[in-house]
Design a protein around this ligand. Structure first.
Ligand SMILES: NC(=O)C1=CN([C@@H]2O[C@H](COP(=O)(O)OP(=O)(O)OC[C@H]3O[C@@H](n4cnc5c(N)ncnc54)[C@H](OP(=O)(O)O)[C@@H]3O)[C@@H](O)[C@H]2O)C=CC1
Ligand SMILES: Cc1cn([C@H]2C[C@H](O)[C@@H](COP(=O)(O)OP(=O)(O)O[C@H]3O[C@@H](C)C(=O)[C@@H](O)[C@H]3O)O2)c(=O)[nH]c1=O
Length: 288
């Protein structure tokens, strides 16, 4: 039995991991959150690892309020950079495997073909910059650590675009949604399974050199507008969904115009198949 620590366990991804934990009977999953283990408190993190010595840690704790981060930079960096650094140091000291979750918002969005892990990062927002620093901190401490970048995460848990759209469609006759930002939605439950599969792989072949950055989203490409239209179609809502350009929906943080990620590396390394985004959306909507 392997003990797996899930930090930020009360967030969206933490809940998604809880949902599928039963499919991994060899793992004893331990969930902590802000109130039980603040990842920004280096001493608390060290003490926790000394007392509990987990075999692996998946860091789901993060500052994810993209717009708020623009005016709350210090808090975003403490949580998205210092927190992962604290965890990476404790993991290194206790021989614990670490998976850090990162984001498509580390890219500037100027590409027109899917981003590879080796492409340059150039975040356009405080959130993206803080996550990029978190990636560098984790990989700088131990090259065997793993960073999984994902995009447009949604699920029946927490706050996310799909849940918000479904709510708004019940309240409003018309919705305006940007169609000039392209990316790929990711059902958090699909990501949760892959994270635990990666750990299975790590424990089965401890000497395999699988450390590094990986991209994972669902398959396909869409825009936020098309994502909203799919939610409307799949839920049978009658709201009019209208496409707008980003300048008609001003936000404090700039989002990448294109943040589709190439997933060849994660598929080849771990032998996984990835569901198409619309099929996963249909599955998720059964639970929203
Ligand atoms: N959501 C998305 O669209 C995407 C997310 N990601 C990444 O995926 C990961 C998971 O995101 P998601 O589950 O959506 O995020 P959530 O915001 O749902 O969850 C983050 C969790 O971290 C907790 N937390 C806050 N501060 C601390 C702290 N100091 N110590 C421990 N825990 C803390 C939060 O608790 P509380 O709520 O009490 O503050 C919350 O439970 C993150 O790394 C994120 O950057 C990547 C791409 C897209
Ligand atoms: C609610 C709403 C949003 N939008 C736009 C705003 C924005 O450009 C886009 C996405 O909206 P949101 O602000 O909900 O999503 P956002 O917070 O930008 O989502 C991001 O979160 C972080 C944590 C990530 O890591 C990213 O991968 C991504 O998922 O849709 C509309 O056009 N109309 C609307 O009614």
């Amino acid at each position: 039995m392997k003990n797996i620590l899930i930090t930020g366990g009360n967030g969206q991804l933490g809940h998604a991991i809880k949902k599928i934990a039963g499919e991994f009977p060899d793992f004893n999953l331990i969930y902590t959150d802000y109130d039980t283990l603040s990842i920004t408190d280096a001493e608390a993190v060290n003490n926790y690892f000394s007392e509990n010595t987990p075999d692996a840690c998946i860091n789901c704790a993060a500052y994810t309020a993209v717009d708020k981060a623009e005016s709350d930079e210090d808090t975003a960096f403490v949580l998205n950079f210092q927190g992962p650094l604290n965890l990476a140091e404790a993991c290194a000291a206790h021989n614990t495997s670490l998976i850090q979750i990162s984001t498509d918002y580390v890219f500037n969005g100027n590409a027109c073909v899917p981003y590879k892990e080796s492409d340059d990062t150039d975040p356009q927002s405080v959130y993206g910059s803080s996550k990029m620093r978190g990636e560098a901190a984790v990989m700088g401490i131990n090259e065997n650590n793993i960073v999984v970048r994902t995009s447009w995460l949604y699920s029946e848990f927490g706050i996310n675009f799909a849940k918000r759209m479904k709510e708004l469609m019940q309240e409003r006759p018309e919705l305006n949604v940007v169609f000039d930002q392209a990316g790929t939605p990711t059902y958090a439950v699909d990501l949760a399974k892959v994270l635990l599969q990666i750990l299975q792989h790590r424990f089965a072949q401890p000497d395999a050199a699988i450390g590094g950055v990986y991209h994972y989203s669902n398959e396909g490409v869409t825009s936020w507008y098309d994502f909203a239209v799919a939610i409307k179609e799949l839920t049978g809502a009658t709201t009019r969904v209208l496409p707008i350009t980003s300048d008609k929906y001003p936000t404090p943080a700039k989002r990448p115009a294109y943040s589709v990620m190439n997933k060849e590396k994660i598929k080849a390394t771990f032998g996984i198949e990835i569901p198409y985004w619309r099929e996963s959306l249909a599955e998720c909507l059964k639970f929203i």
